[in-house]
Design a protein around this ligand. Structure first.
Ligand SMILES: [Fe+2]
Length: 371
């Protein structure tokens, strides 16, 4: 398997049987029809509560697309069953596991994914997701799925000319957990769900695609846990690029992690009102106490969308609250969030609309009049 016409990263996989032998091809209804995405019009900032997305399924066909465009699709899934074998031939995927644990199995090997993991799956990797058996007190397995139309990679500015992580990067090779394996399996007449730009197809393979006895190369799935991101902190507020974790075609993925607050005695350690003129900003709140959003209804599991064309910032009163906290000795923030900035507008799905908080757009004005 090789990227960019075999002029970029590649790996050799040693199959027992020909990986080419297909015996059947059937169309499969798409779980995420493009037609259901509509423009954010009339323009509004949005707040969705993923806790209110009731549907469950496997980690592939159970995805509920929330927003997307020609570069990316962002879905949420509550996982209650193992997936079929799946190959995304449109682009790489980043699966962010919010809660629970899942075993990722692929032609390369397996990753035992835990909450906070980003699992990066190169385009074309045949794989499946197996949720770990849940005990009576276990939280449901939930994940944010980012499907790119291209490759998801480490930001170039974190790497040396020859591809080593630089010392000042917020993570390094030692934080990446590659697949372990291979996971060897044999069998006949094995269905694989393939996504290409035409939609979904079930291709039936004569031999199990996991009949790989070994592989070598630099193209393979890996996991990176958000808790291993080393936050970069300034004396005064640092803008989002310090949180960047991955880059994709026309989007970036950032991780907001527990960190010391800005440490100038005069600093106001939450974002100023800002207008990100070239981006739509999607934020998924996964942990901690989000100071800048207090009083807006945003909590763990919320997704906000602050689109281009709208100036946003902390809820009125949040600045005063955080300053009071600092005066009382607070020096850290425990917030954890995943942010995706897209450079083209995000279209919105019906599923997202069903979980929308319709009052969010007015929360800045309401909080201001309340003060
Ligand atoms: Fe923002």
């Amino acid at each position: 398997m090789g990227e960019e016409g075999f002029s970029s990263d590649s790996s050799l996989l040693y199959h027992v049987n020909p990986p080419t032998a297909i015996i059947k091809s059937d169309a499969l209804a798409d779980f995420a029809g493009e037609a259901r995405l509509a423009a954010n019009h009339p323009l509004l900032p949005r707040h969705y509560k993923t806790q209110e997305l009731a549907a469950k399924g496997d980690a592939v066909l159970g995805r509920q697309p929330l927003m997307g465009n020609d570069d990316i699709r962002i879905s949420f899934v509550t996982v209650d069953s193992p997936s079929e074998l799946y190959r995304n031939s449109v682009g790489d995927e980043a699966v962010y596991l919010q809660n629970g644990s899942m075993r990722f199995e692929s032609v390369y090997g397996a990753i035992d994914a835990v909450a906070g993991d980003y699992v990066i799956i190169p385009r074309g990797t045949i794989h499946r997701w197996l949720p770990e058996p849940a005990g009576p007190a276990a939280v449901p397995v939930t994940a944010l799925v980012i499907e790119a139309r291209g490759h998801i990679r480490t930001p170039k500015r974190y790497l040396s000319q020859t591809g080593q992580f630089l010392e000042h990067a917020p993570y390094s090779e030692r934080d990446l957990r590659p697949v372990r394996g291979p996971v060897f399996a044999e069998g006949d007449d094995v269905p694989v769900i393939v996504r290409n730009r035409g939609g979904l197809t079930t291709l039936t393979y004569a031999h199990h695609p996991f009949d790989v006895v070994g592989w070598d190369g630099c193209l393979y799935p890996y996991a990176f846990n958000i808790a291993d991101f080393e936050p970069i902190v300034k004396r005064t507020h640092a803008p989002p690029p310090v949180h960047q974790t991955f880059e994709g075609p026309n989007f970036v993925i950032c991780s907001f992690c527990p960190r010391p607050l800005d440490f100038d005695p005069q600093s106001v350690p939450i974002p100023y009102n800002h207008h990100n003129v070239d981006s739509d900003e999607m934020m998924f709140y996964v942990g901690g106490d989000y100071s800048a959003r207090q009083g807006s209804g945003v909590g763990i599991g919320s997704i906000t969308l602050h689109p281009s064309g709208f100036t946003h910032g902390p809820i009125p009163g949040a600045v005063e609250a955080v300053i009071r906290g600092m005066e009382a000795g607070r020096t850290t923030t425990d917030e954890t969030a995943v942010m995706i900035d897209t450079f083209r507008p995000l279209l919105l799905s019906d599923q997202a609309a069903a979980a929308e908080d319709p009052d969010y757009a007015w929360s800045w004005a309401k909080a201001a009049s309340h003060d």
